[in-house]
Design a protein around this ligand. Structure first.
Ligand SMILES: [Ca+2]
Length: 112
């Protein structure tokens, strides 16, 4: 027969494990929410320095994610043949040309 004190200790122990489990689930959810897209963007084909999609000279966080998730990298299909291009994975059309000579960054079309 359980005493009120033992029952209270059991309830306290269960609630502690319940809190740990809920916090662990929340932590896994946050890690999945941000970690998986970040990992996928980091594994994208577009090199870090070529992720400047508006040729501003800076790679914003949004450009970094977009270039890693929605764009690819290949030899240029338009313009000088010694250039490489960032292209949309949705339609295959080039977005930005990266060339060894000036201008190094050339916008083919604006990204939304
Ligand atoms: Ca930029």
């Amino acid at each position: 027969m359980s005493t009120p004190r033992r029952r209270a200790r059991t309830i306290h122990g269960v609630s502690r494990w319940l809190r740990v489990a809920l916090l662990s689930l929340a932590g896994a959810g946050v890690a999945g929410l941000f970690g998986v897209p970040t990992l996928l963007a980091a594994l994208g084909d577009v090199p870090r320095e070529a992720r400047d999609l508006d040729c501003s000279g800076l790679v914003t966080v949004g450009e970094w994610y977009a270039a890693g998730l929605d764009y690819g990298w290949r030899h240029a299909t338009v313009g000088p043949t010694d250039c490489s291009e960032v292209f949309s994975l949705k339609d295959g059309l080039p977005v930005v040309l990266r060339c060894p000579e000036e201008p190094h960054c050339r916008i083919v079309r604006r990204v939304p």
